[in-house]
Design a binder for this molecule. Structure first.
Ligand code: HPA
Ligand code: ZN
Length: 364
């Protein structure tokens, strides 16, 4: 991990990551709040789905998707290919959801909230919303039974599409209510697609009792998008949000309000744009806790970025220089940011802190 992510040696932080540390990062109880279902499709499942649907994608091309770092095509285009060629019925969605949750559970993710873009499924894959959602919800229930975890689905707005499609998405959600479908998000390319375009979908979702989150301040897009997501869309939490570091006054405001930011140490924008030897030092994630912001580390697209939840936590320690007590705080931030009831939240706070402290006491 230390060699592969931006060549920043762990010794820069003065701390080396031992096997005991790796075991610790894996063992700590986790929530995952920022993961895209299509970015979590296993390599072998991608191949199997491509064969099943006779997709016009060469095996070498698929293998190239599943590499860390520079890719021949961007991740977002791989996700579009999944919609276009690979997903053909609700059982495909059920399969990839179950496998994602199985992989997350193997890293002690006890609760996952994950994104899925219904407009691609409905418009491109030609699977009806109700069928698709039912397939994903069935997998959540199976995973809950088999792995003892909980999970919530976040249907997410494709911000490259027409904002009216986002309004329609909320209508679909209202007519297919399920306890596992918690709220909405917005993702895909943020450039030229600021949050205000989607005010109506967010208003309708809130009025219908759904929770809300939004990708904002990603791809170097300005802090104003974070402000708009919070003040206009009234989101409950923020995905990425890195450019808030450019506006310390706004950061102070959101620090005081306790807003949770789901951050992604492997976010490809910074891997691409920062000099490799300074990547981890200059990364805005490093500065966010110093501004008082509540952050929580996540994988985003684990299969395509070749990162798992344990490694996302490890990077916070090995590359961004946070200590074990900082990670303890990040764990609490995740619990605070999760869309679970207060009884569950309070129980997790007590139980997970006990587990975390017992595991930390065994570190060298
Ligand atoms: N940002 C926006 N859209 C996405 C991402 C992301 O990190 N991953 C998958 N879809
Ligand atoms: Zn994301």
């Amino acid at each position: 991990m230390n060699e592969t992510f931006g060549n920043v040696p762990a010794s820069r932080t003065g701390i080396s990551t031992t096997p005991a540390h790796r075991a610790f990062f894996k063992a700590i109880p986790k929530v995952e709040l920022h993961c895209h279902l299509l970015g979590a499709v296993r390599h072998e499942t991608f191949i199997a789905l491509a064969e099943k649907s006779h997709a016009p994608i060469e095996r070498a091309e698929i293998d190239a998707f599943y590499t860390r770092g520079e890719k021949p095509v961007g991740v977002l285009r791989v996700l579009r290919a999944l919609d276009e060629y690979l997903l053909t019925d609700a059982d495909d969605l059920r399969r990839i959801t179950y496998e994602y949750l199985e992989d997350a559970a193997a890293h002690n993710v006890r609760h996952a909230e994950f994104f899925w873009n219904p407009t691609g499924t409905v418009r491109v894959s030609k699977i009806e919303y109700g069928d698709a959602q039912a397939g994903i919800v069935a997998a959540i229930r199976d995973a809950s039974r088999d792995f003892g975890m909980s999970a919530l689905l976040i249907p997410s707005i494709d911000r490259e599409a027409d904002p009216d499609e986002a309004v329609t998405l909320v209508e679909w959600m209202k007519s297919h209510r399920a306890d596992e479908v918690a709220g909405i998000g917005v993702d895909y390319r943020e450039n030229d697609r600021p949050p205000e375009l989607f005010w109506k979908a967010y208003r309708n979702a809130r009025e219908a009792g759904f929770r809300t989150t939004a990708h904002a301040g990603e791809f170097g897009m300005p802090w104003r998008n974070v402000e708009t997501a919070v003040e206009l869309l009234k989101v409950d939490r923020v995905d990425h949000g890195y450019t808030i570091v450019d506006n310390p006054a706004l950061a102070a405001k959101y620090a005081a309000s306790g807003l949770v930011f789901t951050v992604v140490p492997t976010n490809s924008y910074y891997l691409r744009t920062l000099p490799p030897e300074k990547w981890a030092e200059l990364h805005p994630i490093r500065r966010m806790p110093g501004l008082g912001l509540k952050i929580h580390p996540n994988t985003d697209d684990p299969a395509l970025h070749k990162v798992n939840p344990s490694e996302a936590w490890e990077l916070m320690f090995s590359h961004f220089g946070f200590g074990i007590s900082d990670l303890r705080g990040f764990m609490l931030n995740g619990i605070d940011g999760a869309w679970v009831g207060n009884v569950t939240r309070d129980a997790w706070r007590v139980q997970w802190l006990n587990e975390f402290d017992a595991l930390a006491a065994q570190l060298p």
